[in-house]
Ligand binder design. Structure first.
Ligand code: ADP
Length: 537
């Protein structure tokens, strides 16, 4: 993820360039001020006039530069953050389905919200602030050094002590920030779960338990925030002490030098004026360095959660499924738990298969292998003679459709929900709707295909949802439709009707994993597989 941010470096360089010009103008203003004061004390009218003109020009320039400074700063943050978020999404959707599912969704949710916020507020703003402080320090440093090299030595002392100290004091922050990010992950998953279970919690009077759990989780996060703030305060207090001590030393030295006659009164005022511009950037460095370092562990965590551990290179394209899917002595285990043992079976194009068996027997696992969510532990699955393991996911997924118990609907029109944002004309969509048995449903909608579906289709029945999923598959001209307990929550008449619709589809291969079995439709399948005791009969 860090590499992505580096790609927006050009905006950072632009921001720093503008910043350098803006701060240099301020530096020139203070040198002109010194000359005006000295000209007043010496009664030198020529110097006074030329410096007064300069100062007006410089002040006039400083306004557009202040505007440019905030503009380029905003541009840098905006470009870097958008790029980071887009890269995160791209990498997230490059994850293998099984590896994505193995992780709690709360982790991704937390990364997209809390971690991105930390990247913006601590890393991106931090880098800009460090640059800003460094440039500000350097320019004021040159300005002071131009009148007193002694101040230069003291300045070096302050900067080295300050930065080293803030790094030492801020070191434990990394560990605490990492822990806080983990707590946020747990917290986000928990909130997601609680909101999802709202009805169950209310109906079972679990409000008190939820309240206690919520209290404990938020207390831990707040306490961690308190610990982090405490460390920040220590860092700042030590910084302040060093900076104040050094300020007075510089002040005493410059006053002493003025008494000795080695610098002018104007130079003393210049040193005092610029002291703040040396001190505050240093304090800023002390504040921002630990924040930037604390985000380092976040990048490692983000990269880790986006990694695909199984990194097998897929080489083959599948344009169309033509003949058979063949299981050749397939074994499958989750970790060390064997689910399928030496399975050999054939699925022929256009035929219909019912997969039944006891709960926990391995039906869904068999389907996951067919859907290429997992690869077999041993043995091969051949699709038209190609090893499924070698088939490129996108090219295989183009040929298959899935109908689940929970059909997800986007907050969009019925047309987009069926076409899934692909370019089909109304005739094609209507044909798929007819075949999927949605004709009457569509007729009853006042806005037809342009009817909006809100809130994951709250008002659309389970049967209609399944039919929408079937229509998606038909429109997509999928050669294979996999159903995973798609009828489990449907009324038996509706389930039977949809099953008949599917069994009537010519040329489409159907693999239906179901524990809902109707005797009259069961006979219409070409084969019934029973998954039991690690075997398929
Ligand atoms: P069925 O669909 O027949 O009910 P599954 O294929 O879902 O059965 O599960 C078969 C077995 O595999 C069950 O014992 C289940 O607990 C286990 N199992 C399923 N998914 C996973 C997983 N991701 N990790 C570990 N074990 C799993």
């Amino acid at each position: 993820m860090k590499k992505t941010i580096r790609k927006s470096m050009i905006y950072l360089i632009l921001a720093f360039l503008v910043l350098t010009i803006g701060i240099s103008i301020d530096g020139y203003v203070s040198i002109s001020m010194m000359k005006i004061i000295d000209s007043a004390l010496e009664g030198n009218m020529t110097l006074f006039k030329s410096e007064a003109v300069k100062i007006f020009i410089l002040i006039g320039l400083s306004l557009p530069f202040s505007i440019l400074i905030s503009y380029t700063r905003g541009l840098y943050i905006y470009k870097s953050l958008v790029k980071t978020k887009i890269t995160y999404m791209e990498r997230l959707f490059a994850k293998n389905i099984n590896e994505f599912q193995a992780e709690n969704n709360g982790v991704y949710l937390s990364s997209m919200t809390n971690d991105m916020n930390n990247i913006e507020k601590k890393y991106l703003e931090g880098i800009y602030e460090v640059g800003n402080s460094f440039i500000g320090f350097l320019i004021s440093f040159i300005v002071i050094a131009s009148v007193s090299p002694w101040a230069l030595f003291i300045g070096i002392g302050i900067s080295v002590a300050s930065v080293v100290l803030s790094m030492i004091v801020g070191k434990p922050l990394q560990k605490h920030e990492k822990h806080r990010a983990e707590l946020f992950e747990g917290y986000t998953s928990y909130i997601k779960e609680v909101l999802g279970a709202f009805q169950i919690i209310k109906a079972n009077n679990l409000n008190e338990k939820v309240k206690d759990d919520f209290y404990n989780k938020s207390k831990d996060i707040q306490y961690k925030g308190y610990t982090i703030d405490k460390i920040h305060t220590y860092t700042l207090s030590i910084q302040q002490f060093i900076v104040y001590a050094s300020t007075f030393s510089i002040l005493l030295i410059s006053a002493f030098m003025a008494i000795k006659g080695s610098i002018t009164t104007g130079a003393v005022i210049l040193i005092i004026n610029n002291m703040g511009r040396v001190i505050f950037p240093l304090m800023n460095l002390g504040e921002w360095f630990p924040k930037i370092f604390s985000v380092k562990s976040l990048f490692t965590k983000l990269d880790h959660s986006l990694e695909n551990h199984e990194d097998y290179e897929e080489t083959t394209e599948l344009n169309n499924f033509k003949n058979t899917i063949e299981f050749q002595n397939v074994f499958f285990s989750y970790d060390n738990k064997e689910i399928l043992n030496d399975i050999s079976l054939n699925i022929t194009k256009g035929e219909k298969y019912l997969v039944i068996g006891p709960s926990g027997g391995g039906k869904s696992t068999l389907l996951k292998l067919l859907r290429k969510y997992f690869n077999p532990t041993k043995g091969k699955i051949l699709v038209d003679g190609n090893d499924l393991k070698d088939l490129k996911k996108e090219s295989y997924f183009k040929n298959i459709s899935n109908v689940e118990q929970q059909v997800f609907l986007f907050e969009d029109t019925l047309r987009n929900n069926i076409a899934l944002y692909k370019d089909y004309n109304d005739d094609e969509i209507n044909l798929a709707i007819d075949k999927a048995g949605l004709k009457d449903f569509l007729k009853a909608l006042p806005n037809g295909l342009d009817t909006m579906i809100y809130d994951n289709g709250k008002n659309i029945s389970g049967g209609e949802r399944s039919r929408i999923a079937i229509a998606r598959g038909l429109l997509n001209k999928s050669d294979i439709i996999f159903l995973d307990e798609a009828f489990a929550s449907l009324d038996s008449n509706v389930a039977r009707e949809i099953e008949n619709t599917l069994l009537d589809l010519e040329g489409v291969t159907i693999v239906n994993v179901s524990h809902v079995i109707f005797e009259e439709t069961k006979n219409r399948y070409n084969k019934v597989f029973t998954v039991k005791n690690k075997a398929v009969i």
